[in-house]
Write a protein that binds this ligand. Structure first.
Ligand code: NAI
Length: 634
């Protein structure tokens, strides 16, 4: 065996440990499962054993679930069904061993990892575990018998919570609901506890629990109100399939496990699951792109406005030593007040975090900083003057970064003695909320500066993509023509509400007209200047701006705003026509993403898709702009 190790002790207890070869964490690959099948068959043959225990062979982690990448290799639903049926058979045989069984988990035990644990009579956990069913995030449900086995232990409400939210539980919570049976003080105690429990059973298998009786419809109603209010079955069918599954089988946990076979294959092969699995993969890749050593401990931010203030606040929260300057002292004061409120909302230790954020009107922090980031007005001359000042004061190895959203980096770099130090770090507004950062490489940017800037973005817990310096970089280049196209259609007589609803039906968090209001019509106009705006659209925007109607921030734009809510008529429109409208609206976005890839502004279609998902809220279940446009999710 390659991945499993089996030993037998003097008390006739069999000890299994799993250490998947060639992987830093345990995952249930086809090969791992095939070996388990052999082991379980052997155990059934052995009449003398008194018990079985399983522990991880990798310290600090149990099993991360099935190998999601193998899921992509199934040809069709029947291949999936065959796989699921075979895993059910293996795990049923494991659960049916006639001797008591115990498993010890430490670290991550999610998805298939939790399902494997649930085949054991007694689950022991170290204090640091994460266990749950994240399958819904991939557009599926637990498929290795976990739904019924968890249901037997924790009842309908808790199993629905686990399956619908995809969230992991810690040791305390898992023990409180009965998902695990016993907690030990440390991972090293798992073995002793398993042994003691198995010996105490004297070879006799305990009778399985019966699930708590619940009023299933009332439970489903409460859970649906809580978790399904904002999601739609035509976008992501899995949560609704999970509800139906529990409703259909709640009287019989075994039937619930078996019933997974009826729905798992079609969910896995659905367009939504393909899109969501791609989302999972892209998220993983962007997080990894932000790993590494930035060498940045001290950050100086110049410009304490909307962006600079937020960047400084988030950086201090993430542990950086931050100094913040502005030509206007009151802007710094306001930024600190906003930072305090932000830390309060995040329930951070306010005093300690604020101590890392130094108001620095004189800019003394520049001389100490490892990275100096400017977020001053979007004006080339202003930025050049700021960088000349920075260069005269900064340490020679410090990175110089700009948050510009539209000025070519090469133009800023012209004024520098050492342009290789300049990089763009383009955050999105609202910066604390939006996970994407475009890290912009000018022709002059040194490769190590680029690498450090990517790692710095990772240090702010953001997801960076590399972009070459080109008008609008990726996100604005693709987003603004989509917004302008929508405004042009509106000027041609299509109702704003119809336009916006078509994109909400498609899965966008809001439509393009509402988004323009949300961004601010002035910003929507100015940000497009380097890209070019159709005269009629520019004229319409200028008219609104001249009248003081800037969108949400002034209470009126294309819509009337009631605080944070646009007053839209919300009529019902025929679905087919709406879907066609959505296609038409997205055409400029698709064209710009393709062009950005062709011109090497982003390195691949994957990165274009990641940028649009994490930077604009393009629906993850569609897998990305290009993935969707090329029909890869069907
Ligand atoms: P803002 O107008 O809110 O803040 C700019 C701040 O810079 C003001 O407090 C101003 O007093 C200060 N400032 C101006 N000139 C200065 C100088 N010479 N020295 C020191 N401080 C100076 O502007 P915002 O929106 O924060 O934008 C800043 C930068 O971030 C711009 O380059 C903008 O393009 C970029 N950006 C803005 C986004 C947004 O949605 N607001 C999104 C992404 C990037």
């Amino acid at each position: 065996m390659t991945h499993w190790n089996k030993t037998r002790d003097a008390n006739d207890l069999v000890w299994l440990s799993l250490d998947v070869e060639g992987r830093s964490v345990n995952v249930l690959t086809h090969e791992v499962l095939a070996e388990l099948a052999g082991l379980v068959a052997e155990l059934h043959q052995d009449a003398n054993i008194k018990g079985l225990a399983l522990l991880s062979g990798k310290a600090g982690g149990f099993v991360y679930g099935a190998d999601v990448r193998e899921f992509a290799l199934f040809a069709d639903e029947s291949a999936v069904a065959e796989h699921i049926a075979s895993v059910h058979s293996i795990l049923n045989q494991l659960a049916d061993l006639p001797v008591p069984t115990a498993v010890g988990i430490a670290g991550v035990a999610v998805g298939g990892g939790l399902e494997l644990s649930l085949c054991f009579d007694w689950i022991i956990a170290s204090p640091k575990i994460q266990c749950g069913f994240p399958e819904v995030n991939l557009g599926i449900l637990p498929g290795y018998g976990g739904s019924g086995r968890a249901y037997r232990r924790v009842g309908a409400e808790a199993v629905l919570e686990l399956m619908l939210t995809g969230k992991s539980l810690d040791a305390e919570k898992a023990s409180e609901i009965g998902l695990v049976d016993a907690l030990v003080a440390s991972e090293a105690d798992l073995r002793g506890e398993a042994e003691a429990w198995l010996l105490a059973q004297g070879g006799k298998k305990p009778t399985p629990k019966t699930p708590l009786k619940t009023n299933i419809e009332a439970t489903i109603k409460a859970i649906s109100d809580k978790h399904l209010a904002r999601i739609r079955p035509d976008h992501t069918p899995a949560p609704f399939a999970i509800i139906d599954h529990v409703r259909a089988h709640h009287l019989d946990p075994q039937a619930m496990s078996a019933g997974e076979l009826d729905i798992f294959p079609s969910l896995l092969m659905s367009a939504a699951s393909k899109g969501l699995r791609r989302l999972f993969d892209l998220r993983d890749r962007l997080r990894k792109a932000g790993r590494g050593e930035s060498g940045v401990k001290r950050l100086h931010v110049i410009g304490a406005g909307v962006m600079g203030g937020d960047i400084a606040a988030v950086a201090a929260l993430c542990g950086f030593e931050v100094s913040l300057s502005d030509q206007d002292a009151s802007a710094i004061d306001k930024a600190v007040v906003r930072a305090r409120a932000f830390y309060e909302r995040r329930q951070a230790d306010i005093a300690t975090t604020l101590a890392r954020l130094t108001p620095d009107f004189a800019g003394e922090g520049i001389a100490e900083a490892d990275l100096i980031l400017e977020a001053v007005a979007e004006n080339l001359d202003v930025k050049k003057a700021v960088f000349a000042m920075i260069e005269s004061r900064a340490r020679p190895e410090a990175i110089l970064a700009t948050n510009t959203s539209s000025i070519p980096l090469e133009a800023i770099a012209e004024g520098l003695n050492h342009p290789a130090r300049l990089v763009g770090i383009h955050f999105f507004n609202p910066m604390p909320v939006l996970p994407l950062v475009e890290v912009i490489e000018a022709k002059t940017t040194a490769p190590d500066v680029m690498a450090r800037a990517l790692a710095f973005a990772g240090g702010l817990k953001k997801m960076p993509i590399r972009c070459r310096s080109a008008p609008g970089f990726l996100v604005n280049r693709a987003l603004l023509p989509y917004i302008y196209g929508a405004i042009a259609l509106m000027l041609d007589g299509v109702e704003a509400d119809r336009i916006d609803q078509s994109m909400v039906d498609f899965g966008m968090p809001m439509g393009p007209i509402e988004l323009a209001d949300q961004i601010g019509l002035d910003v929507t106009h100015d940000a497009g200047l380097p890209l070019g705006i159709d005269d009629a659209v520019a004229g319409a925007l200028q008219q609104h701006i001249a009248a003081g109607n800037l969108g949400r921030k002034s209470g009126r734009g294309f819509y009337q705003w009631d605080g944070k809510v646009a007053t839209r008529p919300r009529a019902d429109y025929p679905m087919g026509a709406q879907a066609e409208l959505a296609q038409k609206l997205l055409a400029p976005m698709v064209a710009q993403c393709r062009a950005a890839v062709a011109e090497g502004v982003v390195e691949s279609a994957d990165m274009a898709d990641a940028g649009m998902i994490f930077g604009t809220g393009f629906p993850g279940f569609r897998g990305g702009v290009l993935f969707w446009a090329e029909g890869k999710n069907v």
